[in-house]
Design a protein around this ligand. Structure first.
Ligand code: ATP
Ligand code: MG
Length: 739
């Protein structure tokens, strides 16, 4: 048969999907079976074979990194510049739409994106203004509530309190928060999606325009779409649009953020989609694939897929039991050196972990060994304190009414503006419904001269910077703000390495600005475009992008990627699976899918490590090896080094789980011993109710307190309810009554 060159590098099943007649298509297939490849080829196929204009295509991926990759692949396949294509994350595309149609969306042209951290600060301010108790209304939880509503497409008027006073209060805070955002022209991440959806829905002409423009919508990683994203798709695909979506239910790992794996089945029904399955894995060796299949087989309610590979055998999976986290990092470092000596690039090695906090030990080891590395996600470059400080100065020059920026830097570096003055300022702003910036002039005449001068001095400083940056190149604007604000001097005085690292980061900000190319389509001035970019950018393009370097990231951010050599580290109960998942049967399947995602990133070599003792979150804990290790086919594993016997500060009994003597006394009888020794507060530490206390919950009834985790806002309580079973609850919201 005559083979179209686009179809040549595909197998039979992939070809069928790529060349399917235009219409709704669902590709349901396991990891590494070529879903992303099929999606990319489909885009090219539609353009080449069906004469689709590249502008008629909308492709959605999960991360900026994946978007860049798809853009690059389409460029190579078609030889056209990828910039003409609408490819991006849902958030990136929503942002683009809102920039184009800010008027219709009811936003100021200069609207600013607010990241999660700033969002939480604003929520906290509102909680305080309402004189609510932060212990009872933890800003993090409340922010979570607001975002969940937005992800579900709900505005405050559509929410019912169902006679529940807690819910009524949450709805009220949501309402106030949204008012505040609207006043200040702030858009949070969830708002990007919801606003963009609403503007397409409520402006019939716009909706019709985009519906006829984007006849073809391609979505990768479809299993992790949430409600509003699905509604988006439905909205754009009415009137005969043809969505082409690919996904794997076994890789759904964002349920905690509102993802609905059910969208796959629903899509199939709603669109009467043609379904294609791909069964051949091209990524991994048979050993690795076998291990992945064995782990995921423990989950129930799967859509069911076969996955096989033509690659026979492969190296065994190596398991290393480290003594502690430093030993674990040393082990990984040694293996990386070996690979490096055998001529493998550093970028072929990825270190994947469950929690961002784990990266530090690896970063330290790599730094000491002078091996370049990149951390994806984590504390992203633009989220670092010093970077946000510098950007806050620039934000104020753009929008003096930006209260979050104002609060952040009004007294940084210290300029004699005390907490009491600020409190007064906030009160005036509240009464007069003014921004903090405007409130300065209202309040100043009533203040003692020193305080008034300090506040006015701050306004004058911002005015000087605003005037100073006019007409400068973007990177010069940033340099000027860093100097004139006094931030450089401030950090230069900070002791030891920290100040130095911060100064380096500020320098890095200037270089980032130098290399910044604004998206012409958004039509923003460079500084405004750069500020928007800084909020949206998830640190995926660090400065050393071109340099060959070891890749570090969480398991979550590794989705869709592949590496010849993968280290999954920290395979311990209470870490991976996480503490909450280990204790909650409802959360375990998602954790197992995450393990499946991790294993299937590996092409040739896989290392799994765990540590007997680990210092993390400021505490040392002793944990058992993860249950996921036991779920792997044992014949595929090799223990790298037999456990050396070390004297541990613990009473251990071979064959029995390690139990910390000091925990035994207070572990409630309902807890199985294997879970009773992970890192947790030491008994006698301040807990709001005694462990083992009997309590009553309004919904779950009576139960026993098993443990507490965290403090203050984030304190959680684990309760064994007689009827409802074991639950983790936010203590401040749980309304437990001690019996
Ligand atoms: P994931 O579920 O992890 O997102 P995926 O299903 O999207 O994986 P791809 O990333 O598209 O899989 O492909 C996995 C690897 O297999 C890639 O390196 C890809 O180039 C290669 N591959 C896919 N199809 C073929 C094929 N027909 N022939 C050779 N290699 C292929
Ligand atoms: Mg993929």
């Amino acid at each position: 048969m005559d083979q179209h060159p686009l179809l040549a590098p595909l197998n039979e099943a992939q070809r069928a999907a790529v060349a399917a007649a235009p219409g709704p298509v669902l590709v349901l297939a396991g990891a590494g079976s070529g879903k992303t490849r099929v999606l990319t080829h489909r885009a090219a196929w539609l353009i080449l074979e069906h004469g689709l204009a590249p502008q008629g295509l909308l492709a959605v991926t999960f991360t900026n990194k994946a978007a860049a990759e798809m853009r690059g692949r389409i460029e190579t396949l078609l030889g056209i510049p990828g910039s003409a294509l609408w490819i991006g994350t849902f958030h990136g595309i929503a942002h683009r739409l809102l920039r184009r149609h800010w008027r219709e969306a009811g936003l100021p042209q200069t609207f600013r994106i607010q990241d999660e951290d700033d969002q939480q600060r604003l929520v906290r301010r509102i909680i305080r203004e309402q004189q609510l108790d932060e212990q009872r209304w933890p800003p993090r939880e409340v922010t979570g509530f607001i975002n969940r509503q937005k992800d579900e497409g709900r505005r405050p008027p559509q929410l019912e309190d169902r006679g529940d006073p807690t819910r009524r209060q949450l709805i009220r805070i949501y309402e106030l928060y949204q008012q505040r955002c609207n006043q200040q022209g702030l858009v949070d991440f969830a708002e990007l999606l919801l606003r963009a959806f609403e503007v397409l829905r409520d402006q019939p002409q716009l909706g019709a325009h985009y519906r006829s423009r984007f006849r073809h919508l391609l979505v990768d990683e479809f299993q992790d779409t949430n409600t509003i994203q699905y509604q988006w798709l439905r909205l754009l695909a009415t009137d005969g649009g043809a969505p082409f979506v690919v996904g794997d239910d076994d890789q759904s790992i964002y349920r905690w953020r509102g993802a609905r794996v059910e969208n796959m089945q629903q899509f199939r029904r709603d669109f009467a989609a043609q379904v294609f399955r791909l069964e051949q894995n091209y990524r991994s060796t048979a050993v690795i694939l076998g291990a992945a299949n064995a782990v995921i087989a423990k989950n129930r309610d799967r859509m069911g897929k076969e996955l096989w590979t033509a690659a026979a055998g492969g190296e065994p999976i190596r398991v290393y039991a480290a003594f502690n986290e430093r030993d674990e990092a040393e082990f990984v470092l040694e293996r990386i050196r070996e690979h490096q000596r055998s001529g493998e690039p550093l970028a072929a090695c990825a270190i994947l972990y469950r929690s961002n906090a784990q990266s530090r030990a690896f970063e330290e080891a790599l730094m000491a060994a002078r091996i370049p590395y990149r951390v994806y996600g984590g504390l992203r470059f633009f989220e670092r304190a010093e970077i946000k400080d510098a950007l806050a100065y620039l934000r104020l020059t753009q929008a003096p009414a930006d209260d979050t920026a104002f609060e952040r830097i009004v007294n940084l570096p210290v300029r004699g503006i005390g907490a009491a003055t600020l409190e007064q300022l906030r009160a005036v702003a509240r009464q007069r419904e003014q921004s903090l910036w405007d409130a300065v002039e209202t309040l100043a005449p009533e203040l003692p001269a020193r305080a008034a001068n300090a506040l006015r001095g701050f306004r004058a400083l911002i005015a000087r910077i605003t005037a100073g940056i006019a007409g400068l190149e973007l990177h010069e604007q940033i340099r000027l703000a860093i100097e004139a604000s006094g931030l450089r001097e401030h950090y230069a005085r900070e002791k030891e390495n920290r100040g130095e690292a911060r100064l380096e980061n500020l320098e890095e900000l200037v270089s980032a600005a130098e290399g910044f190319a604004p998206d012409d389509d958004e039509g923003l001035p460079p500084l405004a475009a750069f500020l928007a970019h800084a909020t949206l950018e998830s640190g995926e393009a660090q400065a050393s992008a071109g340099l060959d370097s070891v890749q570090l990231m969480t398991l979550h951010s590794a989705k869709g990627l592949e590496f010849p050599t993968v280290f999954i580290v920290g395979l311990e109960e209470g870490l991976f699976p996480s503490e909450q998942a280990a204790a909650d049967a409802d959360r375990l399947p998602e954790e197992r899918r995450l393990c499946y995602v991790g294993i299937t990133r590996a092409m040739r070599r896989l290392y799994l490590t765990h540590a007997e003792s680990r210092r993390i979150y400021g505490r040392t804990g002793y944990r058992d090896p993860s249950r996921f290790l036991a779920e792997l086919p044992q014949q595929a594993l090799t223990e790298v080094r037999p456990r050396i016997s070390v004297s541990r500060p613990l009473a251990t009994d071979p064959g029995r789980p390690i139990v910390r003597p000091d925990t035994r006394a207070w572990a409630a009888p309902a807890v199985s011993p294997r879970r009773s020794h992970s890192a947790r507060p030491v008994p006698g530490e301040d807990t709001p109710m005694p462990l083992g206390a009997r309590v009553r919950h309004p919904k779950f009834g009576e139960g026993t307190i098993l443990r507490f985790e965290g403090n203050g806002d984030s304190r959680q309580v684990h309760v064994n309810f007689e009827r409802a079973g074991q639950k983790w609850l936010m203590f401040s919201l749980a309304r437990l009554e001690q019996l």
